[in-house]
Design a protein around this ligand. Structure first.
Ligand SMILES: Cc1cc2nc3c(=O)[nH]c(=O)nc-3n(C[C@H](O)[C@H](O)[C@H](O)COP(=O)(O)O)c2cc1C
Length: 151
């Protein structure tokens, strides 16, 4: 099954670690959408959209993909994020955008990520060392479930 994970991870590369682990587990193609144009989605059965949380939602490059990318009905989409404070589901807006376009979200993954934004910098950041080994193992379990459900 052809799988693709599109990610944006500009703060500390936290989401990149998660996306890399997921991609390795199922042999997915991995594309950093801040550095590269998203590829043609045709032919990919499972597509992941992943980023850090930015002001309550996913990174703007991921929001844009959710709004504009030409998903087809047979494609299965999952969402993933890493976050600092982590007080809510940061995938909600993107999930709603996708649903408005008739794209159902197969699942979502969230874990903490090292955060030095704004006042957190003054105390050396929060969520140090995250994602950690446990987070990455959870990411592996999640992606295996996504791959199974997309078949
Ligand atoms: C500009 C900015 C805004 C952020 N907004 C939030 C937020 O709303 N909620 C939260 O929990 N974390 C927030 N964070 C923390 C990041 O989501 C967290 O550090 C994440 O792991 C960064 O992912 P990345 O390293 O993959 O970019 C913010 C960080 C930055 C730099």
């Amino acid at each position: 099954m052809k799988s693709l994970i599109l990610y944006a991870s500009p703060h500390h590369g936290n989401t990149k670690k998660v996306a890399e682990r997921m991609a390795k587990k199922i042999g997915a193609r991995l594309v950093d959408v801040i550095r590269e144009e998203p590829p043609d989605l045709a032919g990919y059965r499972l597509i992941g959209l992943a980023s850090g949380a930015y002001f309550g939602t996913l990174h703007k490059s991921i929001v844009k993909i959710a709004q504009e990318a030409p998903f087809t009905p047979e494609q299965r989409v999952f969402l993933a994020d890493t976050c600092g404070a982590g007080y809510k589901d940061y995938t909600y807006k993107v999930r709603m955008l996708l649903e408005e376009r008739g794209v159902a979200c197969l699942g979502r993954f969230q874990c903490p990520g090292y955060d030095t934004y704004g006042p957190w910098k003054l105390i050396g950041g929060i969520r140090k060392g995250r994602p950690n080994d446990h987070d990455l193992k959870m990411a592996e379990q999640f992606i295996l479930r996504m791959a199974q459900e997309a078949r």
